[in-house]
Structure formats: C-alpha cells, structure tokens
Design a protein around this ligand. Sequence first.
Ligand SMILES: [Mn+2]
Length: 349
Amino acid sequence: MLFMRTFAIMKEEQLKSILHDGGKKIAIVTHKNPDGDALGSSLGLAGILSGAGHTVQVITPNDYPSFLKWLPGEKSVWKYEWARGRSERFLAGADYIFCLDFNDMSRIEALAGPVEASPAQKILIDHHIAPTVDAAYVYSDEEMIATAQMVYHFAEKMDMLDYVNKDVATCLYTGILTDSGEFAFPKTSGVTHSVVAALMEKGVDNYDVYQHIYMNFTQSRILLLGKALSNMHIIGDSAALCMTLTQDELDECGFKKGDTEGFVNYGLTIRNINVSCIFIENRGEGIIKVSLRSKGKFSVNEMSRKFFNGGGHLNAAGGQMPTTDMAAVVDTFRRAVEFYKEDILSSND
Ligand SMILES: [Mn+2]
C-alpha cells in the first residue's frame, strides 16, 4: 500500500454513507478498447452497487472482444459509439460517475466530453501512474496488479463485501487473471492471492473462466499470430525485438477486434530479450498502433512517452504513430533501442 493515494474533496466516511443509502443514479465508465480488467472491474463494481439498491449503468467508449462477451452482466453494457443519445442522457442525469482503470480523460476519447460536462461527482479507481482525472474521490495505487483487485478493496473499505456474490466475484477474478498475466506479473502479491481466494470462496469457477478467456480464440487470431511471429526480428545486437502487422496482413487473415491482444508478450518469452514491441497498422485511422513490453527495470512507459506518443506502466505501455509507413516506424524503434541500448541490455540483471 506504499504508493496508495486516496485524497479528496469527499471523505471516505461520507462516500460510504452515500453508497449505503440506495437509489442513486450511478454511471461506471472505463477506457477505450476495454480489456478483461476494464470490463471485469466495471461489471464487478456495477454488481456491488446495484446490490446496494442503486441504478447503475456501465458505459464503455467502444466495443470489446468476443472472449469477454460472457461476463455476468455484460449484455447490459452500453457502448458509447453505438448508444450516444442514451449514454449522454444517463451521464447528464447521473449522481455519481465512477471512472475505472484509466488515469487520464484522453483514455475514454469521445466519452470524455459528456463525462466532464456532467454535474455528477466523479470517483476514480485506478492503478495507472500519475492520474490526472479530476475526481471528488480518488483511489489510485500503481502498485496494484489490477483495478479489479482495487474494486474488492474498495468494497471492503465501503463495508460492501456482502454484495460480492458469485457474479461479481467472477467479474473481479477475470480482471485480476487477465491483468496479472495469469498471476505471473511482478505486482501480483500475496494480497492479490488472498483476494482471489476470497473470490473463489464466493463460487468462481476458475476452469470455466479460463476456457472463456484463453481457450476461445478465433482462427484469425492464430493465423495472425503466425504472421506476427514470422515478421519478428531482433534489433542489431540489442536485447530488443519487434513484430509488425500491416493492414494487408490483417485483412488477409480476416482480422477481428481483439485478435492481436497479447501478441507482444510472445517476444519476451525468448531468452535474453528484455524489450518486445509490436506495430499494428490501422489504415482507416491512418495510424500505426504500438505495444511495448519489458522484463526487469527498463521503463517502456518512458520509451513510449519519448518516442511513440504514449505511455502506460513500467513493463507495459502503448502508443501510436500518425503514419502508416511501417518501415519508418520500425526505424524509429531502432533509434529508440539505440538510445536506451545499455539500459535495455542490463534491464533484467
Ligand atoms: Mn487494468
């Protein structure tokens, strides 16, 4: 809990009594391209708050991959890109808006307008570095492996653990499972495991969750993984590599949303590779999306901020380049690797 920050206009006790007094209109929003943690933490919190008698609506900026389309409560989610009118009305009339799993309003893109315009008080629960979201109550802790774990701690603080039923537990478990890389990433702690134990006591079927998330791939995903791996190359004599997927390759393989999720991690499975990167073209938007991962102390967050218009965590970051010139972007990566060469080589020592 060393880096935990809960500061605020609103005191914890005050928030607790508000949340225990049902009948509030509460929106929960999360970041664009929701992943297992974004959606799992949002639906878990939604279950807790509706259990306490509130009217709750989860709104995502856009759609999410099909391997998440089984989570309890998922069918009631509004995707802003397809439900602008009712989302805007709900947000305008909401008493409170929970902002989950993002640190900056730019992460919810077009949804930022109606969220910021709403008179509702904002409550932030998030584990990304240095949040800038202007909220009345902030629970920010970059040491946490997942926002879903924080939702459990939040429920604990708010005295609302009674509302953590099997469905809520399944959503929170999914968030922790996916954001922790199946409990492998460094910020997975003893506390994480004790939360997971409590969730399993509520009836989570871990085998079933695993089947939905990891044994449920599209054929196009595996074709694309083959492409990405065959395009993989190590940069000079560094400990960094990159993979690429062009729009033509995506089209050829029948790309569907979410297909390339996690590809970047394969690079790090190679011995002595400390930085892995994947570049994926989106011709429609005229950009190349960047995902970066590292082993050890090298900060891909810093690399992304400096070279790829993005950021994220120490060992996992994203970014994007305003071009579809893949060769040029790979060249930028080459320069970035050259710039940080010594740090990358010694990252995992
Ligand atoms: Mn997360």
